[in-house]
Ligand binder design. Structure first.
Ligand code: MG
Length: 193
């Protein structure tokens, strides 16, 4: 077998993309990754006279989440994960609760806005994984609907979005049913190399 010529363009290209610990490449040039990961978290208090909306799905419950918009913690956590992956300011800065136009607005609208920003910056959403921390109500029967609503707002297939629910077994404010929390991670691909 012929020995590869170390000066050939193919070998030089292959070397140029071999990353080293610390971010350099085999030839000393910095390799910019085409993948971006982001994390988001949110919490809202439960109160009377409010609808409980999670992942764009209204869930029957005597109390709902308080907030300026529909207080959908799951959608907010996903928004922040996407904004974080883009290296942008978080939801609170981008959509401030001082903006009266946003009062009572469906958080799926925020997701659509952020998904547009992802595409405008040359990225696409690879997947989103999220978990809701809630003591009650039981969320399992609603997870598939949340997944589909989030995926539709983000313009991705439902299997690119995962939603789980965890109870905190009575621990802390969430365990005492004072509020609901959500966490999410998002992976983006694309952008400038
Ligand atoms: Mg929020």
């Amino acid at each position: 077998m012929r020995k590869p010529n170390p000066r050939s363009r193919t070998v030089r290209r292959a070397r140029a993309v071999v990353p080293r610990p610390g971010g350099g490449s085999a030839r000393g040039t910095v390799v910019r990754p085409r993948l971006r990961v982001g994390i988001g978290a949110d919490a809202h208090p439960l109160g009377p006279g409010r609808r409980l909306v999670l992942g764009g799905v209204e869930i029957p419950h005597p109390r709902g989440l308080s907030g300026h918009s529909d207080a959908d913690v799951l959608s907010h956590a996903v928004c922040d994960a996407l904004l974080g992956a883009l290296g942008l300011e978080d939801m609170g800065t981008r959509f401030p609760d001082s903006d009266e136009r946003l009062r009572g607005r469906s958080s799926l609208w925020f997701l659509e806005e952020v998904a547009r920003e992802v595409l405008a910056r040359g990225f696409e959403i690879v997947n989103v994984d999220a978990v809701i921390l809630a003591e009650a109500p039981r969320l399992q029967p609603h997870l598939q609907a949340m997944r589909q609503a989030l995926a539709a707002a983000l313009g991705v297939a439902a299997d690119s979005v995962s939603v789980k629910a965890k109870r905190l077994e009575g621990l802390g404010a969430v365990g005492r049913q004072e509020g609901i929390m959500a966490q999410a991670v998002a992976l983006l691909a694309g952008g400038s190399a």
